[in-house]
Design a protein around this ligand. Structure first.
Ligand SMILES: [Zn+2]
Length: 285
């Protein structure tokens, strides 16, 4: 998930522009899952930076005079893009467990999820899978089967459009195809979204890049030590939510020295650690 912090969200905005707190809506109190699209215009987003910028723009609009909401209306969003770096990425809007502003009379009972498509644009299979993931997790956490709704079921609107709505009526089945078969891609650009236990690995790679540049790495061969040292060294924060292009480019500069396949894994971490240690002993970069 791309968090609010990662896309650069502002604080929720109350009356008079003052900071405010969002109203909690505990998951156990939810009964509905409300799906949206963007609007009649197709949505084109390329790359993580465009996605972040789009989120910031949406927040400004929703908090602005035209809408006047405390924050982004949707609880969560899902990117649908031909760019494998962001395709199917879940984005935190207002957050799942707070009252939204996406459908009158359903903002406390319903979790509002926007799929980033417009008009008759086809959502990617990865985006649909991500929506389904969100739904399954929400039902599990709520302890009940949430009612699947389109925005139009609670309000007079076209939303979520002619493509998504029939899918909702069918119960949001998982698609059987993938947009981009991973093996056909250059492994360096293959999409890899870190699983929970892979965040440490991503941190390691980024920290390694930072420290190699400065030639000041003390011996450190394991992830927990690196993480412990982060605060001590005041290292730059992790800047990428996915295995993004900048990171790939930097790793490519290492050429044969760091032969990894572009997929985050324990093997990647081992290789990164080895390069780091070689550098410390004078054999490396
Ligand atoms: Zn809607």
């Amino acid at each position: 998930m791309l968090t609010r912090e990662q896309w650069g969200a502002r604080a929720p905005k109350g009356p008079g522009g003052k900071r405010t707190a969002l109203t909690p809506a505990p998951i156990t109190s939810r009964t509905e899952f409300v799906v949206h699209y963007d609007d009649a215009t197709p949505v084109i987003i390329n790359g993580l930076e465009q996605l972040k910028s789009r989120m910031r723009g949406m927040q400004v609009f929703h908090q602005g005079p035209e809408r006047g909401w405390v924050d982004i209306g949707y609880n969560l969003l899902v990117a649908s893009s031909t760019d494998p770096i962001i395709n199917g990425l879940i984005v935190e809007g207002r957050g799942r467990d707070v009252v939204g502003a996406h459908c009158p009379n359903h903002n406390t009972t319903g979790i509002g999820v926007q799929v980033m498509i417009g008009g008759n644009q086809q959502p990617t299979p990865e985006a649909l899978n991500a929506v389904r993931d969100l739904y399954d997790q929400a039902c599990k956490d709520a302890g009940r089967k949430l009612t699947i709704m389109g925005h139009r079921d609670g309000y007079s609107t076209e939303c979520p459009g002619q493509i998504l709505y029939p899918w909702l009526l069918k119960g949001m089945p998982r698609p059987t195809t993938k947009t981009i078969p991973a093996p056909e891609l250059d492994p360096w650009t293959r999409h890899a979204r870190p699983e929970d236990d892979e965040w440490d690995i991503l941190d390691t790679i980024q920290l390694t890049l930072c420290r190699l540049g400065k030639q000041t790495i003390p011996p450190c061969a394991n992830l927990s030590l690196i993480n412990a040292l982060r605060s001590t060294w005041a290292l730059p924060p992790v800047t990428e939510a996915v295995y993004g292009r900048d990171l790939v480019r930097k790793m490519q500069e290492w050429g044969g020295r760091l032969t990894v396949n572009g997929i985050l894994s324990a093997e990647t971490a081992r290789r990164v650690t080895k390069v780091m240690n070689d550098q410390l002993t004078g054999k490396g970069l």
